[in-house]
Design a protein around this ligand. Structure first.
Ligand code: GUN
Length: 291
């Protein structure tokens, strides 16, 4: 079997098209566009690239993008004061604080200060808790995007064996909650898991989100499985250049899987599209209309 390579770029473009339509409806009703504010502290080069990409995508669907770029030495109290202002600003529908934050700032404290109704990353304890107990929530963007691609590939996943590799609060844990909510039988594997190969071999759905290049070997994959690769690992090539690669041995998995996401061009574009969808949903909820 040769896997169908899921085109995350195309799927994300379709989702952004849906969001753009929703934005037009929002503008027609409320006379203003939804607004997303991104806060970047410090000058981490990768974070600056992500923030730029988020701003561009926000404007392209007709929403208002604003950015606060703060110096690396910013104190926690100043950042909390900014978040309080954004929480109170009716023109701000979504707030995203780009991670990682500099060492003098406690990320958990900062995230918890974001109004859960504006928490378009879905990282606040309130939204994480709501997702865990099956209540409506703003859901983290990367697992949301993964779930869309899994549902596109497999349709109903009730009773399917799903393996989530990685237990982070940003991807692994919310991914497991989303799959559980659709009645998959979910296993979470992590760095202490014994015999990862045996778990992978049983899984109809594999979501790999650990940041270890090619951890998941192609020969482990159950024939026909849906493989979602969240890994974004930059590796050095013999000629001194670098390239991005995932947590899955893509070439090996291609011969066994039913569906597989490429890196890049799989999960990444879906994450930003889901951020836009969350911002529109937050804006609609803010105004009491159905998302
Ligand atoms: N840094 C890397 N990925 C993310 C993300 O999804 N959200 C935020 N806020 N920061 C990040």
């Amino acid at each position: 079997m040769t896997a169908l390579v899921i085109d995350g770029k195309a799927r994300a473009a379709a989702l952004r098209g849906d969001v753009a339509l929703g934005v037009m409806q929002f503008v027609a009703v409320h006379g203003r566009a939804p607004g997303l504010t991104v806060v970047l502290v410090g000058d981490d080069a990768a974070s600056a690239v992500y923030v730029g990409a988020k701003g561009k995508a926000t404007r392209e669907v007709g929403m208002i993008s604003s950015e606060h770029r703060l110096p690396a030495a910013t104190g926690q109290a100043d950042l909390l004061a900014l978040i309080a202002r954004l929480n109170a600003d009716p023109a701000v529908d979504g707030i995203l604080v780009q991670l990682p934050l500099p060492a003098q700032i406690d990320a958990d404290t900062v995230i918890a200060a974001i109004d859960p109704a504006k928490d378009v990353d879905g990282f606040t304890p309130v939204n994480a808790g709501r997702l865990a107990i099956g209540q409506p929530a703003l859901v983290p963007c990367t697992p949301s995007g993964c779930l869309i691609m899994i549902n596109d590939a497999l349709g109903n996943i009730s009773g399917a064996e799903a393996l989530v590799i990685g237990r982070s609060s940003i991807v692994g844990k919310p991914m497991a909650a989303l799959l559980t909510a659709q009645s998959a039988t979910v296993t979470i594997a992590h760095s202490r898991t014994r015999d990862l190969a045996a778990h992978v071999a049983r899984a109809d759905i594999v979501v790999a989100a650990v940041g270890v290049p090619h951890l998941v070997q192609g020969a482990w994959i159950k024939p026909g499985a849906c493989v979602i690769d969240v890994g974004m690992n930059r590796i050095a090539l013999p000629d001194g250049k670098t390239r991005l690669t995932g947590d899955v041995d893509f070439e090996g998995a291609l011969a066994r899987a039913g569906w597989i996401t490429p890196v890049p061009g799989g999960v990444g574009p879906m994450t930003i599209a889901c951020l836009l969808a969350n911002t529109l949903a937050a804006a609609n909820a803010h105004h009491g209309s159905a998302a």
